[in-house]
Design a protein around this ligand. Structure first.
Ligand code: KIV
Length: 264
């Protein structure tokens, strides 16, 4: 899978399935199951490290997880989130940090949040330097404090116009795809129809070209998180709890390890 193929999928009207992953084993399962793209999201701050937001995530942490994910993937496109303050300070720092992520992890693209003019200039320079960029508009979690919380964005007309303009700007800057997070479905549909590159929705309704979910959320591992847009495809928290309590009981009762798990 390549970034060009991603765009071709939109042209052919094929929908795109994206999931996040943070480790080797899960990445391998996702790849085998046929996801088109694996995103090493900075959501790892929350779902792996238990942080309140993505803000504390560092580039070293992203590189560590992305390298593990890379080893699990044979087919899917690998995209890595650039963490807070690794691409906002200056264009030079952005090129150095995004280039480092591509060089050290083997990822094919990076994802950056925001669509204002300065961000578009940075993205333009990254793309010119050979670094493919996935954009991210709407609820941009690294700006949670500016947005005043994790909320739907784009209800009022002014915000809708801004988001349409930002999407056009990201296209002009050279993004190969845009994540649309927490937008009303009509607005996400309007953006999707207006741009030639695939939109990947999360909490943005069915009119996007593709969908992304955070893996532990859709597997039912993250029981505390249950927004309206989320569909749980499994209940792994219950499965893990049951398996671990069976193990604890069997160890305490002397049932495990039995003769069949022992060496002569
Ligand atoms: O960090 C992440 O996992 C993301 C997805 C929710 C799109 O940015």
């Amino acid at each position: 899978m390549t970034t060009l193929e991603f765009v071709a999928m939109k042209q052919r009207g094929e929908r795109i399935a994206v999931l996040t992953a943070y480790d080797y084993l899960m990445a391998g399962l996702l790849d085998e199951a046929g996801v088109d793209c694996v995103l090493v999201g900075d959501s790892l701050g929350q779902v792996v490290a238990g942080e309140e937001s993505t803000l504390p995530v560092t580039i070293e942490q992203m590189i560590y997880h992305a390298k593990a994910v890379r080893r699990g993937i044979e087919r899917a496109l690998l995209v890595v989130d650039m963490p807070f303050l690794t691409y906002q300070v200056s264009v030079e720092e952005a090129i150095r940090n995004c280039g480092r992520v591509l060089q050290e992890t083997g990822a094919q693209a990076v994802k950056l949040e925001g669509g204002h003019e300065e961000m578009a200039r940075t993205i333009d320079r990254l793309v010119v330097s050979g670094i493919p960029v996935m954009g991210h508009l709407g609820l941009t979690p690294q700006s949670v404090h500016k947005l005043g919380g994790y909320r739907l964005v784009g209800r009022v007309e002014q915000e809708q116009e801004r988001l349409l303009a930002e999407a056009a700007r990201l296209v002009d800057a050279g993004c190969f795809s845009i994540v649309l997070e927490m937008l009303p479905k009509g607005l996400a549909g309007a953006i999707t129809r207006a741009v030639p590159i695939p939109t990947i929705g999360i909490g943005a309704g069915p009119e996007c070209d593709g969908q992304v979910l955070v893996l532990p959320d859709m597997l039912g591992l993250n029981e505390a998180f249950s927004p309206g847009f989320l569909k749980r495809y499994a209940d792994l928290a219950a499965g893990v709890r049951e398996a671990v309590s069976d193990y604890v009981r069997e160890v305490k009762e002397g049932v495990y390890p039995g003769p069949e798990h022992s060496y002569e």
